[in-house]
Write a protein that binds this ligand. Structure first.
Ligand SMILES: Nc1ncnc2c1ncn2[C@@H]1O[C@H](COP(=O)(O)OP(=O)(O)OP(=O)(O)O)[C@@H](O)[C@H]1O
Ligand SMILES: [Mg+2]
Length: 384
């Protein structure tokens, strides 16, 4: 399908002519995006998988802890697309021990969690920011906190020309719009998001993602903000009650195709090909979420039964067990705080859960030990 999705502006950079791409505002036109049979079938499957995920999330005993795990998982994976190496364990270990020297990769993941939490808070608050350029800038500022982001103009739309792939704009794979075009392009995207385009919301979320990546409004972090935008839209448009869609699972698996599909929208006007790819990713991410929910439920049930059958089970141990989903890595001190109890009582509760194989010590040290609900983390991280 050949259609034009934007215009090239030739600018001069470092004495070289460079073709910067300025996308037309959404929706796709000439021709319009039609939900024909193939796309319709993929849409039906993706929507069904998302509904099932929503249901699975509502059936877990505490959806807070389910969400907690998912947001962190997405944060770890989305940061790994960029090459940050932190694992879910690293992040939770940091949270459990509250060390002051946080590795920079763990920091990036924590930033992501903080950023999406902030965005959801704003959207849920009638007096908060709507989904808008301003909100995305505020989110970007949080995402880029810390050393690695400091020179990336956190929270600000770029004022210089950027490029993707290649050593300079002249040999780049893709040169996004010149800085002067970024504000208007984002404004148009914002308007379209709040407009009444009749395309199905899931498809619209995918289109918004491409448009955002094509505008590439920030000096860095565009991939992460663009994926978060999908999570926020899917929630905003009522497809999910929580940001449980871990799109990065699928995108990481097909990273090359992901990049190619983004490019093909610009070079060949292939919105249809993108939409098929995106709906595939959504279906896979949602089904993955459902199976994680099921496994977590089964594990919790099994471990709770084991604990309740144990004659030496204490109230503290049971309370600790119930807290684990939200605090899957703990220290003795943290447990004492959480349970508002004494250090010996906390230690005894931990010891019992260790004896039952629910908690595992992770450091091998005698002091400052850290205990993990290992099976739970393995399921959540997808490497059970
Ligand atoms: N050919 C392309 N056309 C449009 N967008 C692209 C293209 N190739 C990659 N991208 C987008 O650019 C993102 C990378 O940009 P940037 O480095 O600003 O984001 P990031 O969040 O730091 O990185 P990452 O997405 O790798 O984690 C990719 O994730 C993808 O969404
Ligand atoms: Mg980057």
């Amino acid at each position: 399908m050949a259609r034009s999705t934007g215009q090239y502006q030739v600018i001069s950079l470092r004495d070289e002519p460079v073709r910067a791409f300025v996308p037309f505002p959404l929706p796709p036109t000439a021709p319009e995006l039609v939900v024909e049979a193939r796309i319709a079938a993929l849409l039906t499957e993706a929507e069904a998988a998302v509904r099932e995920l929503n249901l699975a999330a509502s059936l877990v005993p505490s959806s807070d802890w389910f969400l907690y795990g998912f947001v962190r998982k997405e944060a770890v994976l989305t940061s790994q697309v960029e090459g940050t190496q932190a694992t879910l364990q690293d992040v939770l270990a940091f949270e459990a021990t509250q060390q002051s020297d946080r590795p920079e990769d763990v920091r990036e993941v924590c930033n992501y969690v903080e950023a999406i939490t902030y965005a959801r808070g704003q959207l849920a608050d009638p007096a908060g920011l709507p989904l808008s350029t301003r909100l995305l800038c505020a989110v970007h500022r949080i995402l880029m906190q810390g050393a690695r982001g400091a020179d990336k103009q956190p929270g600000e739309i770029r004022r210089s020309q950027n490029w993707i792939g290649g050593t300079r704009p002249g040999n780049a794979r893709f040169v996004p719009p010149p800085p002067g075009e970024v504000g208007p392009a984002l404004g148009a995207l914002e308007q379209w998001i709040h407009g009444d385009d009749p395309l199905p919301p899931l498809i619209r979320a995918g289109l918004a993602h491409v448009q955002f990546e094509t505008i590439h409004p920030f000096l860095d972090g565009n991939g992460r903000i663009g994926r978060m935008l999908v999570a926020l839209l899917v929630e905003h448009w009522g497809l999910l009650d929580q940001p449980l869609l871990c799109l990065s699972v699928a995108i990481r698996q097909w990273q090359r195709e992901y990049y190619n599909r983004l490019s093909a929208v610009r070079t060949e006007g292939d919105w249809e090909g993108w939409t098929e790819f995106f709906l595939d990713c959504v279906r896979i991410a949602a089904r993955e979420g459902v199976s994680v929910a099921r496994e977590l439920n089964a594990l919790r049930q099994r471990d709770r039964d084991r604990l309740l059958r144990e004659s030496s089970a204490t109230v503290a141990a049971i309370r600790l067990f119930e807290l684990l989903p939200e605090h899957p890595m703990v220290t003795a001190q943290r447990v004492a705080e959480l349970l508002r109890t004494t250090a010996p009582t906390a230690r005894k509760a931990i010891e019992l859960l260790v004896r039952l194989g629910i908690l595992n010590e992770t450091t091998g040290r005698e002091r400052d030990r850290v205990y993990a609900y290992r099976e739970y983390l393995q399921i959540l991280a997808g490497d059970a």
